[in-house]
Design a protein around this ligand. Structure first.
Ligand code: S3P
Length: 450
């Protein structure tokens, strides 16, 4: 690796990826742990809390509302072997204990912070909260939470009715029976959290399966929550008690190494303690259908979430069709199929994934522009993309632009390792959103990488 001012050259791997890497903690679960701990009755100790820009935005936003958090390092009362990276302690304030905010709540780049917090803020007696974010977040649709929350009686305002900044004036909340037009775990979570403060039950129906971490954690904290197929029903709560918990590794971060190991010949890697919640494992299912050699070992449960070690070896791949039925279970990983598809025999077709256009960047446009530049035969469709595979990745002098999007930056990096001539990733620093040490871990697996 070489480069400067946010541009890094990722050279072709000299050999297969080998070794073991512990990926960072799950981002989605870390956000939820901080928020649900904040409205619990007592302090909650969260082991392996993700220390990255997005989850720190959640902690800072909570601090503005008077929720204290502190890092416990060293052995203390915890065996050092159990938690080398320390523990985040969140001082639970009880359901309605947030203070008048000391200022604006800055969600930074984090959609999860911006979309979930209003579900809690609306129940905090009579305070008024303003939430804002960076330029990317200000362009992302917030009407998807604003409209249903308004139907629940929440006084919430958005710029032009649909963008950040948002203002939430806490007050009375009533129930709703809501069919989500898009499969969004963030929308589902905002409504379920608001349901805790509601005068009557909240029912949310998702059009297809999306991640269920909020439901699992609320159930663990004692909420009255029930799942019937694609519908979740939550009843008002009087208190929550979240036990101390350990966050598993993030499958969405592991995904970059998984795909890299699949396509770089001679690879064999182990990724211990990764979350394998079935609402998140769409990529593994799709890759296995493509012929990938992925083995799930030593499965166990932690904090209500299934966890396991993943062993991945390189293998020949064939093209695949991934549609709307699976895209919600793989939404953040779908761009990686452009790289897997480039190495597969035949066409890889991703559809039913128009949501990719409203992520941290327009991931269909950014993906197609970047992958075309590095020699992949790819074209955009209205709700996905098609890759004509078999020729791998050339790479070369063109720059792979992150567009400020952490997942595009990491994709560019592994595309470089898998390429014939290397790839320069521009704006690589955006990885700090979810995986600040990504390049270090990639170097570890690539061994000979400079
Ligand atoms: C997330 C849900 C997904 C995902 C995002 C994190 C979450 O978004 O893309 O990165 O933590 O709930 P949607 O809610 O739009 O599905």
């Amino acid at each position: 690796m070489a480069g400067g001012s946010g541009s890094i050259l990722f050279e072709p791997a000299k050999a297969g990826l080998r070794g073991t890497v512990i990926v960072p903690a799950d981002k989605s679960i870390s956000h939820r742990a901080a928020m649900i701990a904040a409205i619990s009755d007592r302090p909650v100790r969260i082991k392996n809390f993700l220390q990255a820009a997005d989850t720190l935005s959640t902690l800072h936003a909570l601090q503005v509302c008077g929720v204290e958090s502190r890092e416990e390092t060293g052995a203390g009362s915890i065996a050092a072997s159990e938690q080398p990276d320390g523990v985040m302690v969140i001082e639970g304030m009880g359901l309605r204990g947030f203070h008048r905010p000391k200022g604006m709540l800055d969600a930074g780049n984090s959609g999860t912070t911006m979309r979930l917090l209003p579900g809690i803020l609306c129940g905090q007696d009579h305070h008024s909260y303003k939430l804002d974010g960076d330029l990317s977040l200000r362009l992302r649709p917030m009407d998807r939470i604003v409209n249903p929350l308004r139907s629940m009686g929440v006084d919430i305002k958005a710029s032009q009715g649909r963008f950040a900044p948002l203002v939430v004036n806490a007050g009375k909340v009533h129930g709703i029976d809501y069919e989500m037009p898009v499969a969004s775990a963030q929308v589902k979570s905002a409504l379920l959290l608001a349901g805790l403060f509601s005068e009557s039950p909240v029912r949310v129906t998702e059009p297809s399966v999306c991640r269920d971490h909020t439901e699992r954690m609320l159930a663990a904290a004692g909420a009255d929550i029930e799942k019937k197929g694609l519908t979740t029903i939550i009843k008002p709560a009087s208190r929550l008690q979240l036990d101390d918990l350990t966050i598993p590794g993030d499958l969405s971060s592991a995904a970059f190494f998984i795909v890299a190991a699949c396509v770089i010949p001679g690879s064999e890697i182990i990724l211990p303690d990764v979350g394998i919640n079935p609402t998140r494992t769409g990529l593994i299912d799709i890759l296995k259908e493509m012929g990938a050699d992925i083995i799930i070992e030593n499965a166990y449960e932690a904090g209500g979430e299934p966890v396991a070690d993943l062993r991945v070896r390189s293998s020949a791949l064939r093209g695949v069709k991934a549609g709307a039925d699976i895209s919600g279970r793989a939404i953040d990983e779908l761009p990686l199929l452009a790289l897997a598809g480039a190495f597969a025999e035949g066409d890889t077709v991703v559809s039913g994934a128009a949501e990719l256009k409203v992520k941290e960047s327009d991931r269909i446009a950014g993906l197609v522009e970047n992958m075309s530049l590095i020699g992949v035969d790819i074209k955009a469709t209205p709700d996905g993309f098609i890759v004509h595979g078999g020729n791998g990745v050339e790479g070369g002098i063109s720059r792979f632009k992150s567009f400020g999007d952490h997942r595009l930056a990491m994709l560019g990096a592994i595309a470089g390792l898998a390429s014939r001539s290397g790839v320069v990733v521009q704006g690589f620093e955006s990885v700090s959103v979810s995986y600040p040490l990504f390049a270090v871990d990639l170097r570890l697996l690539a061994g000979g990488l400079q």
